[in-house]
Design a protein around this ligand. Sequence first.
Ligand code: GCV
Length: 634
Amino acid sequence: MCDINNTSFADCWLPRAAQARVSLSPQDTARAELADLWQNLAVAGSFDLRVEGEGEGYLLEKQAGVWRVSGGATGVLYGAHSLGFLLRGGEQPPDGFTLRSAPAFTHRIINHWDNMDGTIERGYAGRSLFFSGGGISYSEERIYHYARLLASVGVNAVAINNVNVRPDAARLITPDLLPQVAALAAIFRSCGVRLILSVSYASPVMLGDLTHADPRSGESARWWGERMNLIYSHVPDLLGVLIKADSENQPGPYQYDGCDQADGANLVAKAIAPHGGFVFWRCFVYNCKQDWRDRETDRPKAAYEAFRPIDGKFAPNVVLQVKNGPYDFQIREPVSPLLGAMPNTAQALEFQITGEYTGQQVDLCYLAPLWSDTLTFDTRLREKGRVADFAGGAVSSIAGVANTGDDSNWCGHALAAANLFAFGRLAWSPLSPPEDIAGQWCGLMFNGEARGVVQNMLLDSRRIYENYTTPLGMCWFVTPHYHYGPDPLGYEFSKWGTYHRADRRAVGIDRSPSGTGFSLQYAPPVADLYGDIDRCPEELLLFFHRAEYTRKLKSGKTLLQTLYDLHFLGAAQAEELIARWGALEGAVDAEIFANVAERLRRQAENARQWRDVFNTFFFRLSGIPDEAGRVISI
Ligand code: GCV
């Protein structure tokens, strides 16, 4: 449960404001932020805030000891936070300093998977900040501070409820709950953050008004039109709705003969258009009832097959939300081939900040390197074809699944806040190096030597996690449903399309042109690279290919020896993290120290479990011993 009085720990990277300033406009919030800054840091000189023009960009200048922040109404708010980061991070820029900045992605969104009963799907930081007991329930102060945190890193929209919409959450768009949604929206509005509501495609049916949700019917169109009028009468600046349709048992247009995803999305888009709203329509559409014996169906191909052929069919206010990889937020996947491949349709890139498959905020896993791999990936779809080059254009928006809850440090693991921070930084500036972002965050959180130590721990963490879990693009291998800890056969004979197909000689799925052909969904130079087992980057080898255990890798070692070695290495590295952190005892806040130390102990245990289960599984299958003679199966 959150302790809102615990300021040193709960405030993450931004000290708590003196009071919740719920009714202020973003520009007045900016003024108040600067006043707080001057008071808290006893900054020399004065500040001058100039609201001019529109937009979210800002200009920071220092002349004769006066700091000037200029920009549009929300631009000055971002400028004020940017100045706060500079000064709190210990920098003292000289006169003549200027910094001009503007965000790359238009909509920079946090997606909460919060349920009305207060639980959070894939949440590892306590309970919902917004809901409990089937209704809306929150601390105004806590939400205000959350809105400030989000605004401080440039986030400008938040979807408050789970994309899996249960009947109680369907009521969020009824007169019963809309007044409370409006009150929540007002808090976020003061920090320039607009609300999004996740709604079911079958809302008219769930709310008992229609017997069907056929996208072609006039009844459906009328229902959505009237419903949007109602919603916008309460929340006039709602950014839009988020819809997970035809995915993991959620209803969708496929239920109606001959209808496709565009038919469904456009139905809602037409109703929301008069209000200036958007439909964020997820592309996580695949067959979740696959027969594991079926080798033709290949889940990573699904989104591209469903959406790419209907590029151009979507209304202009539909934004197709695409997960960064074709599977599901694994520690290493190729970039989704759908990103940038629909030039006539707006897209949003979706990352998962919450650590569902990346350690669940028990294991340390700084995700900016993973996200940066996506953003710097060259699709080769056009001359300037990196995903970051599409930001604000073909990929207008970016969304991150929240890792926050009511835990006193917001994220469960004190260092997991670096991921929320990094998401905002990359949404603003997608080519920012992950090491710089980690350095900036550590500069705000820690003093002295702790800054460098924690920065390095963060930067090493993704590779460490990958080493002891599923290296070389293997994916899955996790305990079904929970997705923490190893279970080699957990998903192997299931319906979810998540197989490694390990046998006594080989592992992996051939996704080259001679296999499932998934590699062909990429532009030709990329397709050629991924489709060729000899040229495919080794970190993705087992994603694209089936390889024999005795296959020699570039290092000269066999595939299986590499897998054994990486698991021994990863578990040892996880153990070393304990000592690296332990050296900071007394140098960091005691509560943060204890929190991280406790998580690192659990991480080391998890890493040992992964090492032994993984290596034992492959040793038993293959009969091939470790060349170094280490104990595998005991
Ligand atoms: C919200 C994965 C998760 C689900 C999640 C889904 C999604 O399958 O395990 O919990 O559902 O992704 O992104 O919709």
